[in-house]
Design a protein around this ligand. Sequence first.
Ligand code: ADP
Length: 473
Amino acid sequence: DKAYINGEWLKVGKTFPVTNPYNGKIVGHAADCNKQHAQDAIEVAKTAFGSWKETCSKERAKILLKWHQLILSSSQRLAELITVENGKPITEALTEVAFGATFVEWLAEEAKRNYGTTIPTPHPNKRLMSIKQPIGVAGMITPWNSPNSMITRKACSAIAAGCTVVLKPSEETPFCALALAKLGEEAGLPPGVLNIVPTSRERTPEVGEVICTHPDVAAVSFTGSTATGKHLLELSASTVKKVSLELGGLAPFIIFDSADIEKAVQGVIASKFRYMGQTCVCANRIFVQESIHDEFVSKLVAAMKKELILGDTMDPNVTIGPLINEKAVQKVESHVEDAVRLGAKVVYGGKRGPTSLFYEPTLLTNINEQMKCLNEETFGPVAPIMKFKSEEEVLDMANDTRFGLAGYFYSNDVDQCWRVAEKLEVGMVGINEGFVNTAEAPFGGVKESGLGREGSQFALDEFTEMKYMCWGV
Ligand code: ADP
């Protein structure tokens, strides 16, 4: 029931309950920070920045590597927290903790490689160079679907660069954020470098507004819905912050007739049904070329029956848990109802499951472009399968959206692989692969799916400013 500000665990007066989506039980009561707490956190982060930016990168890397170790040795506890807060089955939650830890390690290493440049001079009496400097206090707002790895990916980029952080976790998953901060404290992060200000849904807008408009916040990093992202981008304009956004997607998943069908089926299982379809890179629109459509559908149904196991989220064999909340289930229901009304056929699933927030993994065929499931992110375990005839036709459909996060396709025609990979209007492409995330590669979107990249050799760029120096000689 506490916030973490300036290295202290603070009671803030009010609290709000956090519930387990699997059984509706209260996991705990979290501190409900208000505007003032956010302002206090920004102030201490500003003070801490004064000394943190002066530390050498090797020292920052050392603390991050210690944090990495502590996360790994606490992975069971951290995974259980994910499971009780957001309903992710325990085996998948353990995978998330391991994945989250890779960012801490990678960014610790990248801290040491934040190189500047020397620039060949065209002027005999001038010497030119650039250096990279930490931008200042970074404000962060994170979602519930990856409550551990989304925080390590963002916060460690800023911390590695020499910035300090004020982070508002999702109201669904505040304890995952606080548990990470506790381990960061043990690893030796100085007070004020990482501050966590949980808030209830009611207070979220006021705290968000402080983070995005406070003149002492230099950068804002957000992952969540496109609507919220646009709002925060607007707020951030008033003080010209450096903004990075990871927003919604509408990932196309295309299977061409030369594809290895078994491999493509496994790709769809990984991409579509990971965390019940509640990630922004999950396949949303599955396009299958005519000649292999029926075979693909029957193989996918067989794999879904065998591999997607609903049940107690703490059971290591379970792969499908509940959705995050009632609103999420209703959205999925409305997409399925809308599709059925417009002629879709439910081949598998299509209703709620064992406890109230479950929705069965569902496969729909006879899909057309009028249906909601082809135009809006479903964020649930529904695989709509649409037939297509030609490469040109499917590329037109795949690109006919304002979203552009991930895209996937399966083909064994090498020329086609190059063509399609280059033509898909997305930030990340999986070619004969349904899972592309890794700390070493740049994660991010084009169009209205986002700004900036996370992870990779470019991660620190979002939190650094390049300073050019011109020396007269
Ligand atoms: P979702 O619908 O998946 O919860 P959101 O974009 O609403 O997606 O949530 C992602 C994060 O954005 C959460 O931490 C949430 O609290 C936060 N958020 C939602 N609305 C606002 C807002 N008006 N200002 C700041 N943060 C917000």
